[in-house]
Every structure is written in C-alpha cells, then in structure tokens.
Design a protein around this ligand. Sequence first.
Ligand code: P70
Length: 470
Amino acid sequence: MRFPSEPFRIKVVEPIRRTSHEERERLLQAAGYNLFHVPADSVYVDLLTDSGTSAMSDQQWAGLMLGDESYAGSKNFYHFEAVVRSIFGYRYVIPTHQGRMAENLLFSTVVKPGMCVPNNIHFDTTRANVEHQKAEALDLVIKEAYDPHCELPFKGNMDLARLEEAINRLGRRSIPFAMITITNNSGGGQPVSMENIRKTRELLNRYGIPFLFDACRFAENCFFIKERETGYGEKPVIDIARELFSYGDGCTMSAKKDGLVNIGGFLSLNDERWAQEITNMLILVEGFPTYGGLAGRDLEAMARGLQEVLDEEYLRFRISQVRYLGELLEAAGVPILKPIGGHAVYLNAKEFLPSIPQDQFPAQALVLNLYREYGIRSVEIGTVMFGKRDQVTGRMIHPELELVRLAIPRRVYTNMQIAYVAESIVSLYNQRDSIKGLTMSYEAPLLRHFTARFAELSSPTTIQPPDAEV
Ligand code: P70
C-alpha cells in the first residue's frame, strides 16, 4: 500500500463538530433516514459527494479578489474562456451555474421526444434531463462494468458492438448525439480508455452522429490513461486531455468536480447552430453569456481550478488517497467494487448485507448505519437512486449494482481521517448481522433519492463504535 503524501500544506482550518449517538439518531429520525436532510455541521466526515466540496487553493482564493463583476464582458470570463479553449479545444464556451444546467440547456435544445441518447452510463441528473425531454437514456457500458469483481483497467468503456446495434435498431435520426461520461460515476468512477474513445469517434463518424463528453472528472480519467494505457506513460496529462477532447464535438462540465470549485459549470461546443440556440436559452434562464449564472469571481476561481487540476503531483496524491481508503477496506475483507475508482470507493452492499433483499434497500441501510454509528455521511447508489417501478405491474425493477459511494472531496480530508473512515467501516462490517432493512415511506416522481423518506423494518441493535469517539 503506497502511503499518499499531500503535495500541499494547510493554511486555513475549518472546525468539525463531534456529535453523540443520541443526537445522530434524533437527526436521522427527523430526516426520514435520508442523509440529504441531515445538517452538514452534524457530520464528522462528509463523503456524500466530491461535488462542490473541494478546498480551493490560495491561488483560487486570490483570484476571487480579482473578480470583475461587470454585467457584460467581465475580464474573468475571457480568462475562463481562454483556459477552457486551451484544454478542451472547442470553439464556443458557455458558462452555467453547474453541470445539470449545461445538460438541461443542451438536451432541451437538441433532444426531442422519442429520441435516444446513448452513454456509457448516464449519471442521475443526466438521465433525468434526457427523460424529462421524453427521450430514452440508454446505458451501453461494457458488460464487465456490472461485475464488481472484474478488474479491468478501463471498466468505464463504451460497448461498441451494443452502440452500433442500437444505432442500427433505432436509426441514426433518433440519436441526436452520443455521450461518454469520464470517469464513469455510476459504474464506480471507472475510466474510459483513449482507444475506446477513438473507436467510438470512428463508429459515430460512420453514421454522422455527434459525440459529446460528460467531462466532470476528466483530469482523473486522463491520469488513469497515463497510468494504465500503453503509449501514454510519458505524456503530460494536459496533452492526454487535449487528445481525448479532440475526438469529441463538445462537452458538458460540472466544474464542481475537476474544476476544483464550489460552484460552476459550462458547456463547450463546436457546432455554431447549437451554440447559438443554447446561448439564447441561457439568457432566458441563467444570465448574460459572459457570466451564465455565476459571479465574475466564480469564473476566475474556475479558470484557475481547471489549470491546477492538471498538476500531476496533485493528481497522483488524489488518486492514491482514494486508493488508500479502498486498500484499507479490502485488506480487512470488506466487499468493495474493483478496481478502486478515481473519486470514490464503492461498498458492495449486496455482499456486505447478503441477507437484506434489494427491495429493502441494503445500500441505504448501510448509509444510515455509517452515520448513526460513526458520524460518516455517504451516499446510496443503488435501488433508491436508480430503481424503477414497472409501469404496468407497479413492481420495483432493481439496478444491477447496489452500492454505497464514499466520495472523497478534493484536498479536504487528511489521511488520518481517511483511516478513521476505514476503521469505522471495518467495525460495522464485523457487526453486519445486526443491520436491518428499510421501507420507503415517501418517493417523489423524479430524482427520488434526494427527498425519499424511510422507516427501519425493526428496531436496530446497538453497534460498537471503534476506539475513537465520534
Ligand atoms: C455527484 C454529483 C453530479 C454529476 C455527475 C456527472 C457524471 C453530471 C453531474 C451534475 C451529484 C450528487 C450525487 C449524490 C449526492 C450529491 C451530489 N454528480 N454528470 O456527487 O453536475 O451537480 O454540477 O449539476 O457526477 O456525483 P451538477
């Protein structure tokens, strides 16, 4: 196990609060056992998401002071635009307040009812935005992605045979564009290889279908290419990113991930007509095209973050800190999804809690117990997030993977806190027989995981905390 040592030191600290077991139980009950509704200052280690939770650098904070808050033509926009063009290479740069707005603008402009958008795996907001247009969100990742034990270096790859089959079955006209999510979040933060991206481009070219990236975690994907793909070991990550994006026609981006900012996103495209239509819509719903729902200072922080994220010392630390957590868990026999992903470690809830069936939400039960016992917040990526009700029978259709994601915010937690998380999970694993299943008492029609409420099937037995007091 390589100990990940930080390529930065700490200049500002943010105190975190310890809570009692009783307080957490009370908060959980008030939240309907949904961790999205637990106040963040009652969480000890918050691994809910790596999105918008990064620590900004001194350079980024300094950049905030240089914010030009002019309504039109802010200098920070021009800086941001130049940085995005230099990395992504597309002609038009459209800022948005976060990723899902980029998705919404793109899909509402280009996707029509009855159409279909293929992706390796759509993330929740992407799928919801496609479906909101009454179109189909088609997941075409390679089959191995659904086997938590299969250790492929690029388990986020698109299944090219299935993509071609879908194009032939649905017809080119039904597919306004295809997407690839880098890294593949719903499939475990797994990277996509340059070869797979190049071949996807070739295939789509044959049918004249545009190709877009969901680029949230592009730098982590490019670092994996450098580590794992033949021919890229000596290439700077920035060059890998430029080559990768050269195979596409544009991207949507939530800069809350690899933009190293707390808010921000963008859409970047080559197609003039799409860019024009989207810009018109942007003015209606977000703001003038040189700020797109953000302050000038946010654009500056984003421009600087996009450059910093390509620093290879940073990326090496980032990937190894996540790997460190995964390896600590694996060494203790805790079932995790392999290989370890770029931004998160995913617990395999089906194997962690084999006696709890999927319709009792085993991954959510783990999430709940991790918080109640150890003050750690994680997120369910399983039946709650991706389960569907059959329109005819009303029965639940369960997703293949039943996971708990431990997403690591960038540059935020020390390795000791990561070790605390590992120790807590190992302790929970050793007492797994006392964990109970759940029922869902409320569900919204769209993106239900954010607002669902649950009840425990029977009262829980007490679980021993690890040595450290939370
Ligand atoms: C996450 C967050 C956001 C996301 C993404 C990909 C591949 C687009 C977006 C939307 C969402 C989330 C999930 C659970 C808990 C909290 C937050 N992913 N594409 O953590 O971007 O959020 O900026 O609109 O992963 O993975 P945005």
